[in-house]
Design a protein around this ligand. Structure first.
Ligand code: GLY
Length: 320
């Protein structure tokens, strides 16, 4: 019998924060615990794993602490362009959107791509127009003042010739302008159906048009009848190694969700040097939470229990 569970992440920190704010971190984790519980309750009330991951990600897209939906990271031009994907492992189907403007709940748009089109990935203006047609946004205001202020400060530093040292100190401050990178969720329901979803504003000050792993099935999101996985970090790294697919595949090959996530992270670090994080769940309800950065915000909820934290330990065997 599967043990139903929902696991969520509010992103990994890919650089060391200059100033720690444990109170803010604890508040973010509390919120993630509440989100994991809410999504679990949605399954108890008859929803599927797919409904649970969509709900969990929507709740994080509403919270400007997280880099998704409202309060997403800004690109170089000061715009928000979001990426998201969702996968139904039971029915082996998926949907995704990339580089979309004006859509607060990109995860729901990704689900609409999966359920209402013959395609998997819609990008840019086409995706935005699709959102407008379905009443799923297209003109939502996603810019939070903190993100705008951060972009202003970075551009000022660049213009004033403050040099790499000044810029570096601003990059270190980045976590104060949002918890970390990207949000995601994985779940297994009482029928053993698995699902995964991921949503993000992408990398801060990315080039306009850049699309990351969160829009790419197999890179940032994957689910099968065996396991589900969602990732967070520098998307280019997960795209190079198809990180989420590999975690799911290795769980299918017999590794535990924790071992599979850690081993793929070590592989990503060895091949690209980038920090990354994964959450994973197997069909029996066993979960994995792993990261190679400076803290992965996560929570998990099941029948009568909820846990979570900022995972800072890195896998053994990581060469730093
Ligand atoms: N992992 C999010 C991104 O790179 O866009």
């Amino acid at each position: 019998m599967p043990t139903p569970v929902v696991v969520v992440h509010g992103g990994v920190r890919v650089s060391a924060p200059r100033a720690e704010d444990p109170e803010a971190d604890e508040e973010a984790v509390d919120r993630l615990r509440w989100i994991a519980q809410s999504a679990y309750r949605a399954m108890e009330a008859g929803g599927s794993a797919l409904d649970a991951v969509e709900l969990a990600v929507r709740l994080m897209e509403d919270d400007p602490r997280f880099n998704a939906g409202y309060g997403s990271a800004l690109n170089l031009l000061g715009e928000v362009e979001v990426d998201a994907s969702i996968m139904d492992g039971h029915r082996m189907r998926a949907g995704a959107v990339g580089g979309v403007k004006g859509v607060r709940h990109a995860v729901s748009l990704a689900r609409a791509v999966m359920e209402r089109t013959p395609h998997i990935l819609l990008v840019g203006e086409g995706a935005r127009e699709f959102a407008r047609k379905l009443g799923l946004g297209g003109d939502d205001d996603l810019i939070h003042e903190k993100r705008a202020e951060y972009r202003r400060r970075v551009l000022e530093a660049l213009r004033s010739g403050g040099g790499p040292k000044r810029l570096r100190s601003l990059l270190d401050l980045m976590p104060m302008y949002g918890v970390a990178d990207t949000v995601g969720a994985v779940a297994v329901d009482s029928e053993g159906r698995l699902a995964a979803a991921t949503s993000t504003g992408g990398l801060t000050l990315k080039l306009p048009g850049r699309v990351g792993d969160s829009a790419i099935i197999g890179a940032g999101t994957y689910a099968s009848r065996t396991a589900a996985c969602s990732g967070t970090g520098i998307g280019e790294a997960a795209m190079l190694v198809l990180g989420a697919y590999r975690v799911v595949k290795w769980i299918g090959d017999g590794k535990s969700p924790q071992e599979a996530a850690e081993e793929v992270l070590v592989e990503i670090h060895r091949t690209t040097g980038y920090a990354f994080g994964f959450i994973s769940v197997r069909a029996d309800g066993e979960i994995g939470v792993a990261q190679t950065g400076y803290g992965l915000f996560w929570a998990a909820g099941g029948d009568g229990w909820v846990e979570g934290g900022v995972k800072k330990e890195r896998p053994k065997g990581l060469l730093t």
